[in-house]
Design a protein around this ligand. Structure first.
Ligand SMILES: C[S@@+](CC[C@H](N)C(=O)[O-])C[C@H]1O[C@@H](n2cnc3c(N)ncnc32)[C@H](O)[C@@H]1O
Ligand code: SF4
Length: 374
């Protein structure tokens, strides 16, 4: 039997060091566990394979730092994954060598998401990052040399001590390297992290400044001809559609299978999350059994709300068919009067078939979506 899920997420949790602001599912070091972990992943993939469509649209290998994984284990993983139209691997700049670039390319990877975060050494120190600006430049050089033509940068703004001119420098240094795609995230104080303990109050105090920083990010990148296609995501748009297909699948409510430590899947109206404890993950898989996981039903009402919350982050109209029951009509009218959204006919059909946020609405997308949901 073959399934219909066209998007696969693979979590590889190992990192050289735990950055203070990060709350992703990670494990520091543990080189001797990389190969057994990959074997466990492949057992999980085999157990879930029947959910997957014969041809996948996207595979995303995220972390953690997938490119920190011991290279034979990484090669074994990549060569065992199903092919897909878009295959992305997350990489930290200091891990990217000429050899790694070739290894990724040889194994069908066609997109790399590089965790740049900032080019300013004092801000990188605050974030406890290992890579400096020269590592980023070197990584891009190696990836281009390995003929990668789809590179994305992750940038973070709102780092304590970051001035507006620091932000401008970060954006112009990023643009100078001509990435096809950029994700720009406001630094979030994640509960329970070292960073939040040390800097949580500073982050809370700068919330208003961050609105101006966000506007500066959008202004700079759109002026440089990047398409602002999602709240925090931008891509070049001259020749190809370079939006992140994998993330677009999440944002538009498609089903996806996630394998690996702590990985989340949404398939057939159910959401499951694998255990985040390494031994509880690998132990059962070594015996051929599924790992511990939490499963919840996703009632249609919840799915509709998610489609509104996520769909409004995109720069394309959100069709009302299928989400109408989730919307508060009075709020819809109020937001329209307030100039935050417009209703548009879709292909000359009914007047209110789709809604779009105005530019001002997009800066306030989270609040608009929250108000709109009945
Ligand atoms: C799961 S991380 C993994 C990527 C890679 N290991 C790295 O550190 O670059 C993916 C991205 O999430 C973003 N991120 C992680 N923690 C964040 C936080 N507290 N606030 C905002 N963005 C965060 C960073 O931009 C990071 O590149
Ligand atoms: S930010 Fe990236 S490198 Fe740092 S701990 Fe998190 S996943 Fe690992």
């Amino acid at each position: 039997m073959t399934g219909r899920v066209e998007h696969l997420y693979v979590h590889v949790p190992f990192c050289a060091h735990r950055c203070g602001y990060c709350d992703f599912v990670t494990a520091v070091g543990r080189r001797e566990e990389h190969a057994p972990y990959v074997e466990a992943l492949l057992v999980e993939l085999a157990l879930e394979r029947e959910l997957l469509a014969p041809e996948l649209k996207t595979v995303f290998v995220g972390g953690g730092t997938p490119t920190f994984t011991e290279s034979r284990a990484l090669a074994r993983l990549l060569e065992s994954l199903p092919a897909a139209t878009e295959v992305t691997v997350e990489a930290n700049p200091e891990t990217v060598t000429a050899e790694l670039g070739r290894l990724l390319r040889r194994h069908g990877v066609n997109r790399v998401s590089l965790g740049v975060q900032s080019f300013r050494p004092h801000l990188l120190r605050t974030l406890e990052r290992r890579a400096g600006p020269d590592d980023v430049r070197r990584a891009v050089y190696h990836l281009r040399d390995a003929s990668f033509d789809n590179i994305s940068f992750d940038l973070i703004y709102g780092i304590p001590g970051q001035s507006a001119s620091d932000l401008d420098r970060d954006l112009s240094e990023a643009l100078a390297l001509e990435p096809e795609h950029l994700s720009c995230y406001e630094l979030e104080a994640k509960r329970g992290t070292r960073f939040t303990y040390a800097h949580g109050q500073e982050l809370a105090a700068q919330a208003e400044t961050m609105e101006a920083y966000y506007e500066r990010v959008v202004e700079t990148l759109t002026t440089a001809s990047y398409r602002w296609y999602e709240t925090a995501n931008f891509c070049r748009s001259e020749a190809r559609d370079l939006r992140a297909r994998h993330n677009l699948a999440y944002w538009s409510g498609s089903d996806y299978l996630g394998i690996g430590l702590g990985a989340v899947s949404t398939v057939g109206g159910r959401r499951s999350r694998n255990t985040a404890r390494l031994s509880l993950y690998t132990g059962p898989l070594m015996r051929g059994a599924r790992p511990a996981r939490e499963v919840e039903a996703l009632p249609e009402a919840v799915r509709r709300r998610e489609r509104v919350m996520l769909g409004l982050r995109l720069d394309e109209p959100l069709p009302l068919a299928g989400v109408r029951g989730a919307l508060d009509d009075a709020a819809l009218a109020r937001l329209e009067r307030g100039g935050l959204l417009t209703r548009a006919p879709a292909d000359g059909a009914a007047v209110d078939e789709a809604i779009s946020l105005t530019a001002r609405g997009r800066f306030l997308a989270g609040g608009v979506a929250a108000e709109l949901i009945a």
